[in-house]
Write a protein that binds this ligand. Sequence first.
Ligand code: PEP
Ligand code: MG
Length: 322
Amino acid sequence: ERSKLNRLRDTHASTLDGETINLLANIEGPKDLPAVKTANADGIGLYRTEFLFIGRDTLPDEDEQYEAYRSVLKALPTKPVTIRTFDVGADKALAGAPARVEPNPALGLRAVRYSLAEPKMFLTQLRALLRASAHGKLQIMIPMLAHAQEIDQCLALIDKAKTELRAEKQKFDEAVQIGGMIEIPAAALSLGMFIRRLSFLSIGTNDLIQYTLAIDRSDEAVVHLYDPLHPAVLKLIGGTIATGARYGVPVSVCGEMAGDPSYTLLLLGMGLRNFSMHPGNILEIKQQILRSDLSDLAPKVQRILKMDEPARVREAVERLAT
Ligand code: PEP
Ligand code: MG
């Protein structure tokens, strides 16, 4: 089965009715580049930069970060590379940074909240990212947005980093695109303020499901209640994809749902055109896409989005594949 899939490596991912789908890779660092090449991904949809310093005692300085980001951009010189700013806190504790004890880490100081609380650390990362942008098609992505003011603060820091770099005569891409993750239900329900400020959106289904259903991703006792097909989850994902399309803002999904073949047809029918996943899943998802017909899927998925009986939803999603 693997060798059959491997034959799809150089096949263009398009649906039976001719729509091109972008299949992007999620990576943790330059170590994952061989897998990206093997899958012939259309780019990087999510580089989880916090892995740069998980399991070590000191924060990587600007030059070390710059080297890591640049090596990824240089490996994919013509393809989009989306690098996410640090998503630390909660389950991803940060060695070398101030430690805090939080009663509810998933609801606490994590991701963009953490970065904005540590502006010196954040500015170092933004400078490293901007310097790396001279070497490819970088897009910077901000995780865990809930408030417009969080983006405004990020954009102000990016401007500050650019001003510094200009003064130092360092090269960077002046037009580097800034996007954000939609992974808090509040964000999915107030897309206008994100769309007005950002160039692209990416749905983090892992956290979106966690926060919509109030299920701790890391708590075994409630994991059976973690349900990507919960009608509320589907409405938030479907709504985000549709709103992005309406305003011409590219939307991707970079949570685990994007790499799970049981959800490919559902997401295609919602209008998703950008899937980002573990590179090892890309060819299997491509196989699903090559068999799909959007004109057939779209009306069926519109009906699924109106359903609120879980057993019917599940059955209808399974029937998409027949
Ligand atoms: C997500 O939440 O779906 C996501 C892609 O981010 P992470 O899994 O790193 O929180
Ligand atoms: Mg997340």
